[in-house]
Design a protein around this ligand. Structure first.
Ligand code: FAD
Length: 496
């Protein structure tokens, strides 16, 4: 396809995506590459994106990032899950935690045992059988050497980019400040040849990574790659974000509070709280959304509320010619399950695994695109599930959500769970069985039966098994300190 060797990598954009790319490529492949990042001080980053999921630990390990240092530098707190308030119905809440549920057997996941227990009145709420779930409710947290690390972070996105920038520059990444004014294409094959900045400077490259955010300056405006619109599946298209002072102790989970025409996030950092309302402009104006958010926050405002417009969907190709779109330029599901930063890191790792040092070939590009697409499709189904599977009929927005024309793949998953309590996890899928189970049950999908292997246990055996698991969870979490005490000891942020 193009046998030119790749020596010069140009990253366009310096938001979370740009600096994550720059840090990873320069640290891990930088000895063989010249890496340049271009960003404009005049064009702000999206400025949100502060809740993460546990896979970020893998990325940090790859980059040799010291967790306590990173947390202190970004005012981070720990996150063990997301509390979904008013999603199933008004005043009905559940938690999607990052932990694993109970103890499986070879034929059936723990939910099958719990479901029989439920029928016989032998169980308490599902979360009592997941350590991270109980820890959310009790506000406890610990990092222990011999324990699974099923946690993530709430972080300051601006400080995170700064932290990564230091790492990238230390490993040789060159930063150029300037506004990209023109993308120059080669006449022979339509690949990107260079970028021209407002200053007139021209920057040539062999491989271009588009991290310019929603506008997709390279992948869309120059290469016209196309966008698959998902707004019929994920109808929210706007957000208002604002930061406030913290008045309560930071909880170790993100709060997602459903309102009449969308939902509100509350993300606790060490020094402040991030707030936002994600909503659908068909049902709520920007002014009303702003008022609704301001009516539902705690603490003093630290900045002016800011409206962000977006269109849910995905770029038709993530890698097109010699341009790879990473971050918002490659699409946006919506922030409900905090999956964007995960998708950024996945694309970076995938690119490094398939890095086209000796030239770009079509098989690699197709494979990259297919893997990326499959991953996004699975996440998309998971996010749609929250909206579609609701009992809420109290507003036009929720009535629309109940009629979303959901993908066949999601229909199948829901039906499988309803008929057999089986939670499907596709190979390489982000969300595991425990995630699907917590959300499907949390949103009110009750299976009609459980696996027959559960009935091999007598009532006494089942009761003793369920009690052992629950007691084990309680004992384990009971040893964890208070979340804020742990932060103060492990990774306190400096004076702001
Ligand atoms: P941006 O932050 O928009 O950065 C674009 C960069 O390109 C900037 O540096 C800009 O200066 C530069 N640029 C643009 N044009 C030019 C030009 N012409 N010349 C030079 N430079 C240019 N993700 C999560 O994982 N968790 C969350 O909780 C979460 N919440 C979100 C909430 C909302 C409301 C939204 C909209 C998104 C959320 N996301 C979340 C997604 C997350 O914000 C993004 O994935 C992440 O910030 C990466 O953005 P980006 O770097 O792709 O784009």
């Amino acid at each position: 396809m193009n046998n030119a060797k790749i020596n010069n990598v140009i990253i366009a954009g310096g938001g979370t995506a740009g600096w994550m790319c720059a840090a990873a490529l320069s640290k891990l492949l930088g000895k063989n590459l010249n890496i340049t990042l271009i960003e404009s001080d005049d064009i702000p980053t999206v400025g949100v994106g502060e809740a993460t999921i546990p896979t970020l630990l893998v990325f940090h390990k790859l980059l040799g990032i010291n967790e306590a240092e990173f947390m202190a530098a970004t005012n981070a707190t720990f996150k063990l899950g997301i509390a979904f308030e008013n999603w199933k119905d008004v005043e009905q809440d559940y938690i999607h935690s990052f932990g694993f549920l109970g103890q499986d057997c070879w034929a059936a996941g723990f939910q099958h045992f719990w479901l029989r227990g439920l029928k016989q009145n032998l169980v308490s709420e599902l979360g009592d059988y997941i350590p991270e779930h109980l820890a959310c409710r009790e506000g406890r947290f610990a990092v222990l050497a011999n324990q699974d690390k099923n946690y993530a972070f709430h972080l300051d996105a601006g400080l995170y980019a700064k932290f990564l920038r230091e790492l990238a520059e230390k490993h040789g990444c060159q930063r150029v400040e300037g506004k990209i004014q023109q993308v120059n294409l080669r006449e022979d094959n339509g690949h990107i040849q260079s970028l021209t900045l407002a200053s007139g400077q021209q920057i040539d490259g062999d491989l271009f990574i588009d991290c310019t955010g929603f506008k997709g300056l390279l992948i869309e405006q120059a290469l016209h790659t196309g966008y698959e619109d998902w707004s019929h599946l994920l109808p929210c298209d706007s957000a208002i974000a604002v930061q406030t002072t913290t008045i309560n102790k930071p909880v170790p989970y993100t709060r997602s509070i459903a309102h009449d025409s969308g939902w509100q996030w509350r993300i606790p950092l060490q020094n402040r709280t991030g707030n936002g309302l994600v909503f659908c402009s068909r049902y709520l104006s920007d002014d009303d959304a702003k008022q609704l958010l301001l009516n539902n926050i705690e603490g003093e405002l630290l900045n002016e509320p800011r409206v962000i417009k977006f269109r849910t969907g995905v770029r038709r190709k993530h890698w097109n010619k010699n341009c790879v779109a990473i971050g918002l330029s490659s699409g946006f599901i919506e922030p409900l399950e905090s999956t964007s930063i995960h998708l950024i890191q996945q694309s970076i790792v995938r690119l490094m695994l398939m890095f086209p040092s000796n030239g770009i070939n079509s098989a690699q590009v197709d494979e990259f695109n297919q893997q990326t697409q499959t991953e996004i499709d699975n996440i998309k189904d998971f996010v749609i599930l929250h909206y579609y599977l609701t009992d809420r009929t109290d507003s036009p927005f929720w009535r629309y959500c109940r009629s979303i024309p959901i993908p066949e793949s999601l229909k199948h998953r829901m039906e499988l769970f309803r008929q057999s309590a089986k939670a499907l996890k596709q190979p390489n899928e982000l969300f595991g069985e425990t995630s699907w189970v917590q959300v499907m049950l949390g949103q009110g999908l009750m299976p009609e039966q459980y696996h027959p292997i559960v009935d091999l246990m007598s009532d006494e055996e089942l009761q003793s098994f369920l009690k052992t698991v629950k007691d084990g969870v309680k004992r384990k979490v009971g040893k964890w300190p208070d979340h804020l005490d742990f932060i103060r000891h492990y990774c306190p942020a400096g004076e702001q």
